[in-house]
Design a protein around this ligand. Structure first.
Ligand code: ARG
Length: 560
């Protein structure tokens, strides 16, 4: 049942619709105040009365029933208490019926949401700076699909530009097939770094020539480029698999080579293109922004040019409802500029483009992600986390079988959760000890809670449970029930605000409440209906925690 709706239809406020009332209803932070609350200050203007007066008057006009057991006005809020037994039955029945689908919905109605994330650069390091875009984008991808949208995951590869000319030149001078084949992306990156450190003018000239050869379709240059590209993709693919990340399209910047001219023509026709020192720009001064560069004076296109062409292509190909770009806030201006250019071109869908910006990740020891020579490869962060997880598992529970498999889930979970737990715009400092703590607000804590629930269910000898007709619901149990019941809403809000951290926080909160219940109420030694209800509650919690973690790409080991 949608309790907000149910409550809303009992309340009548002149000039305010039932939907508006429903959307104003909140969950009080402390549930001793009530299960739902209606803040009345928002009606003060329409009703010309104080919030306190409004709450008091409204309370007099409505009565309790089977669903709502208590209505109390407190300081301008109208608090509602739900019939505990009713909510417990309804929630647990729903979870047992929906299983893996609990929390999903069809609000999306099949509408397409394009999500541009990870977007790696060919032949360059896949470093810790790519962690957030990869795991945030992937979580949004799963969340939108779960809500009945059709998510299209796009890896907008950085595979265009003069650096590939440089790479070929470096390879010709210093590289050989065997070294590159064995060293993979690291060997390729070494060549690139060496070029930047040692190239003379002659090599720079040569690099420009190789880039031109790639552009003009020269076979040798393109074969080499494709080779570097396939090495990079094979490398990142292994990491994507471990992080449970997938894409539907790898159309990168190069893909738009032949799709830019029509856009440039259109800009011209619409009188938006201006000359400036030989370059072509779209003037954005009146919007308080520097001009958006479309063509350099030598005729070369830019990052923004390709992004404009890509947006037009995506609209045409996918007819998206929204197109998200999960990219660091350093690129704020770039997105604002090219969104504006599309708007000026008269694309009414420009309003559906969203830059989902996030903050920086740095490591505790101060290593930065991009500074030359001090690159922290994401693969190394993952390996280190999994190694540490292995050591922890061995210490905690040396008799466990498949410790490696468990360590992989725990270590990977810690990397993902560490990047997702905070609001995305915050800069974060990644600490191995913090993300791997059993006590903190971590995936390890949530996974450990799942293992605990699993062990209770195993001892009880069953995986599913019938709910008895009648049982008593204590405060600790009700806290768990109420939290369980708000999962679908949490998933919806995470999608609306592009904040997977809502789901991460939710998982920690549910785990905390479950643990309180676990320590305060005996489960296995309880009797009759109480035991049956507690086992059902344990089962439902385990299911919901698994659903929440799986939306973030995190697996749950049976034992830890
Ligand atoms: N490859 C770019 C970078 O590493 C990110 C691309 C983001 N996507 C886009 N459509 N601009 O900075």
């Amino acid at each position: 049942m949608d309790y907000k709706k149910y409550i809303a239809q009992k309340i009548k406020v002149d000039e305010v619709s039932e939907e508006d009332i429903a959307s104003a209803i909140t969950l009080p932070p402390d549930f001793r105040m009530g299960d739902y609350a209606l803040p009345c200050f928002r009606f003060a203007k329409v009703l010309r009365k104080s919030p306190v007066q409004i709450a008091d008057d409204l309370a007099k006009g409505i009565s309790t029933d089977d669903v709502i057991s208590e209505i109390t006005p407190v300081n301008g809020y109208l608090n509602f208490r739900i019939n505990k037994l009713g909510l417990a039955k309804e929630t647990l029945d729903k979870i047992s019926a929906e299983g893996e689908k609990y929390g999903s919905s069809d609000v999306g109605g099949g509408r397409v949401v394009c999500i541009d994330y990870s977007s790696v650069n060919i032949a360059k390091p896949f470093h810790i700076g790519h962690l957030s875009t990869t795991v945030l984008g992937s979580a949004l991808y799963k969340i939108y699909n779960f809500l009945g949208y059709k998510a299209v995951g796009i890896n907008h590869l950085g595979d265009y530009g003069t650096q590939f000319g440089k790479l070929i030149s470096a390879y010709k001078h210093w590289g050989d097939k065997k070294t590159v084949e064995e060293g993979g992306i690291h060997a390729v990156n070494d060549l690139y770094v060496r070029f930047n450190e040692c190239a003379d003018e002659e090599m720079e000239r040569e690099a420009r020539e190789y880039f031109r050869l790639i552009e003009s379709g020269d076979k040798e240059a393109n074969d080499l480029f494709e080779w570097f590209k396939s090495l990079t993709l094979a490398y990142v693919d292994k990491i994507y698999k471990r992080l449970d990340v997938r894409f539907d399209s790898y159309a990168g910047e190069r893909f738009y080579t032949d799709k830019m001219q029509p856009v440039i023509d259109e800009l011209n026709e619409k009188g938006l293109l201006k000359e400036s020192n030989g370059a072509k720009i779209v003037d954005l001064e009146e919007f308080g922004m520097p001009p958006c560069l479309i063509l350099r004076s030598d005729g070369a296109s830019l990052y923004a040019t390709r992004d404009i062409a890509a947006a037009v292509y995506r609209k045409k190909t996918y007819d998206f409802y929204k197109c998200l770009y999960v990219v660091a806030y350093q690129q704020n201006l770039h997105f604002k500029q090219f969104f504006k250019v599309l708007e000026l071109m008269g694309k009414d869908w420009a309003k559906d483009l969203v830059h989902v910006a996030y903050g920086m990740v740095s490591l505790e020891d101060g290593a930065m992600s991009t500074r030359k020579g001090k690159v922290v490869w994401l693969e190394d962060v993952i390996s280190k986390c999994v190694e540490k997880a292995y050591a922890i598992v061995c210490e905690k529970n040396p008799d466990l079988e498949n410790k490696e498999e468990i360590a992989e889930k725990v270590g990977i979970g810690a990397v993902i959760f560490g990047a997702l737990y905070n609001n995305k715009i915050k800069d974060i400092t990644f600490s191995y000890d913090k993300v791997l703590s059993f006590e903190g607000e971590t995936s390890v804590y949530v996974q450990y809670t799942c293992a605990r629930a699993n062990s209770v269910l195993e001892k009880a000898g069953a995986k599913t449970f019938e709910l008895p007709d009648n049982f008593v619901v204590s405060d600790e149990e009700f806290e768990v029930v109420r939290t369980l019941s708000s999962f679908p809403e949490t998933v919806r809000e995470a999608a609306e605000k592009y904040e997977p951290c809502y789901i991460a926080r939710y998982a920690v909160e549910l785990a905390q409440k479950f643990n309180k219940f676990y320590f305060d109420c005996k489960i296995l030694t309880a009797e009759g209906n109480a035991k049956q209800f507690r086992l059902a509650l344990t089962c439902a919690t385990l299911r919901t925690l698994k659903n929440a973690l799986s939306l973030l790409g995190i697996g749950v080991p049976e034992k830890m």
